[in-house]
Design a protein around this ligand. Structure first.
Ligand code: SF4
Length: 207
C-alpha cells in the first residue's frame, strides 16, 4: 500500500459506489467471513487469485459441500477447465481477488482471458472480492502503475509463460504470443447495492 492511502476514506468511497466493504484483521478472519456469507448449498465460480489460495479459502471451499466450479483442480482436461470457467459465470457466487483499489472507491483488474472481469462485471448474483491492504492505491494512475510494474510481471512468472517480463521482472508492453495483459477493467460503481462485497485484509496478500 502507498503510505498516503487513507483506508477509511477508501472504504467510505467503496460504500458510496454501492460496493459493500468489510475489514478483516488477517487472512484467517477473512476466510471465516467469506464462509459465513456463503449458503451451505451455494454454487460458486472462481477467478484467478493468489490471495484466495494464500488465506486457505480455496482449500476450505473444496472441503465443503458447495457446487464449486473449480477450474484449478489438477488433472482436468483443457476442455473441462473451460467448461468450469463458463459455468462459473452463471453461478450464484463468484469469489476472486482484485488488482488494485483506489481511494475514490474504484476497482481495477487486469485479465488474460477475461472470465474473471466478465463475472465480476455481470453474471453471478453475488461477488466476493478478497483484497490485501497492499492493493490500495491513491488514484487510477497508481493503480495501473502497480498492475503494470508489479502484479503483471509476477503473475506472468506464476503462470510460467514465455514473456520478456518473466526473464527481466519488468514489463516492456510485449507482443508475446502468451502475453497475459489483455483486458483492463475499471469498475467505478455497481448498480445493484451490495452485489459486490470487498473484504479488505490488514495484511499484504497476493501481488
Ligand atoms: S505486457 Fe507482456 S511484458 Fe508486460 S507484464 Fe504483460 S506479459 Fe509481461
Amino acid at each position: 500500500m502507498t503510505e498516503q492511502v487513507d483506508v477509511e476514506k477508501t472504504i467510505a468511497s467503496l460504500k458510496h459506489h454501492n460496493i459493500e466493504a468489510l475489514r478483516a484483521s488477517d487472512g484467517d478472519e477473512c476466510r471465516k467471513m467469506v464462509l459465513d456469507i456463503l449458503p451451505r448449498d451455494a454454487s460458486i465460480g472462481m477467478g484467478g487469485s493468489t490471495t484466495v489460495r494464500q488465506i486457505g479459502l480455496l482449500d476450505a471451499l473444496r472441503a465443503r459441500d458447495y457446487e464449486l466450479h473449480d477450474q484449478y483442480e489438477e488433472g482436468i482436461s483443457a476442455e473441462e477447465n473451460q467448461r468450469r470457467r463458463r459455468a462459473g459465470l452463471t453461478a450464484q457466487y463468484y469469489i476472486t481477488g482484485v488488482n488494485a483499489v483506489s481511494e475514490a472507491g474504484e476497482l481495477f483488474f487486469l485479465d488474460g482471458i477475461g472470465n474473471r472481469v466478465a463475472a465480476v462485471s455481470y453474471g453471478p448474483e453475488r461477488v466476493i472480492l478478497v483484497c490485501g491492504i497492499n492493493k490500495l492505491v491513491r488514484d487510477e494512475a497508481e493503480a495501473w502503475k502497480r498492475i503494470r510494474e508489479k502484479a503483471a510481471p509476477l503473475n506472468a512468472k506464476r503462470f510460467g509463460v514465455d514473456t520478456p517480463c518473466v526473464k527481466t521482472g519488468v514489463c516492456c508492453d510485449c507482443d508475446a504470443e502468451r502475453r497475459i495483459c489483455n483486458i483492463y477493467v475499471r469498475i467505478h460503481r455497481t448498480m445493484a447495492p451490495g452485489r459486490i462485497t470487498l473484504i479488505l485484509v490488514d495484511e499484504d496478500l497476493g501481488f
